[in-house]
Ligand binder design. Structure first.
Ligand SMILES: NC(=O)c1ccc[n+]([C@@H]2O[C@H](COP(=O)([O-])OP(=O)(O)OC[C@H]3O[C@@H](n4cnc5c(N)ncnc54)[C@H](OP(=O)(O)O)[C@@H]3O)[C@@H](O)[C@H]2O)c1
Length: 238
C-alpha cells in the first residue's frame, strides 16, 4: 500500500485529495489544527487514515509530528503541502501579513525541507505543494499572500533543480490553482471558481503523471499566460 502525508487536510483541496488518495488505495497521514474535522475524515475509512493535529507555524512540533506519522505509516512515498492561509488586507495590518508569512513561507519551508531531505536519503519520493496562480504577480488586496506564493513557486523550482542533480526518482510538483470553491477563495469579482471535486481530480492526475507544474483548472493556464506578460504600466492600474 502506498503511503502519503497531506499537510492541511482538514478542509478544502487537502481534504478532497485525501478522499481521492483513499479511493485509490493509499494509506494517508492527515494533518491540520482542527482535530474534529480530521477525525470526521478518518471515521470514513479508519484503516486508511492516521491523524496528527498541529500548527505548521510551530516548526519544532511540525517536524516531530511528521517523523511520528512516517513511523506509524511505516514509510513515505508522497507528501502534499496543502496547508496555507491568506487574507485580504487593505490596511496593511502587519498581524495579517505576519500570519501569512509564518504559515506560507516559514511553515511551508520547514515541511518542504524535511520532505526533501527524507526523499533524498530514501532516494525516492514525491513532494507536491499547492502554491497559487497568485504567485505570478503582486496583489494590492493581499500583498503578503501573493508574495508568499511567489516564494513557494521559486522555492519549489530550486528544489526541482536539486532533484535533477540527485539522479534518483525524487519528484517535485508545483500545483498552481486559480480559484477553487473552498474557505480560502475570498475577494470580490471572483470568476471561474471551480468545485473542489473537479479540481482535485486534475491535481491527482498531475501527481500520477509527476508533472512539474500544473495550473488548476486547466483554463487558468490562459490567465497565467496573460498575467506573466502584462506590462507593469497596465498591471499597476488593475
Ligand atoms: N481555494 C483557492 O481558490 C486557492 C487558490 C490558489 C491557491 N490555493 C491554495 O491551496 C491551499 C489549500 O487551501 P484551500 O483552498 O483548500 O483552503 P482551506 O479549505 O482553508 O484549507 C487550508 C488548509 O490548511 C490548513 N492550515 C492553514 N493554516 C494552518 C496552520 N497554521 N497549521 C496547520 N494547518 C493549517 C487548514 O487546516 P486547519 O485550519 O485545520 O489548521 C486547512 O486544512 C492553500 O495553500 C491555498 O493558498 C487555494
Amino acid at each position: 500500500m502506498r503511503k502519503a502525508i497531506i499537510v492541511g487536510a482538514s478542509s478544502g483541496i487537502g481534504k478532497g485529495l485525501a478522499l481521492l488518495l483513499a479511493e485509490n488505495g493509499y494509506q494517508i497521514g492527515i494533518t491540520g489544527r482542527r482535530a474534529e474535522l480530521l477525525q470526521e475524515l478518518k471515521n470514513r475509512t479508519p484503516d486508511q487514515f492516521l491523524t496528527k493535529t498541529f500548527d505548521i507555524t510551530d516548526g519544532e512540533t511540525t517536524v516531530v509530528m511528521l517523523e511520528e506519522l512516517v513511523a506509524e505509516l511505516g514509510g513515505l512515498d508522497l507528501l502534499i503541502i496543502s496547508a496555507g492561509t491568506g487574507d485580504i488586507n487593505h490596511h496593511l495590518d502587519f498581524g495579517v501579513e505576519k500570519n501569512t508569512i509564518d504559515t506560507n513561507v516559514l511553515g511551508f519551508t520547514r515541511i518542504a525541507d524535511w520532505a526533501f531531505n527524507y526523499f533524498e536519503k530514501q532516494r525516492n519520493g514525491h513532494l507536491v505543494a499547492i502554491s497559487s496562480i497568485g504567485g505570478l504577480r503582486g496583489s494590492g488586496q493581499a500583498p503578503a499572500y501573493n508574495a508568499s506564493k511567489a516564494f513557494q513557486i521559486n522555492y519549489l523550482e530550486g528544489l526541482r533543480q536539486k532533484t535533477h542533480r540527485l539522479k534518483a526518482p525524487v519528484f517535485i510538483t508545483d500545483i498552481r490553482p486559480g480559484l477553487i470553491d473552498t474557505e480560502m477563495a475570498k475577494g470580490e469579482g471572483l470568476f471561474w471558481v471551480m468545485p473542489v471535486e473537479k479540481a482535485v481530480k486534475q491535481i491527482y492526475r498531475a501527481i500520477i503523471r509527476k508533472k512539474k507544474i500544473m495550473y488548476v483548472t486547466r483554463r487558468w493556464k490562459i490567465i497565467a499566460f496573460i498575467l506573466k506578460r502584462l506590462p507593469v504600466i497596465i498591471y499597476d492600474r488593475m
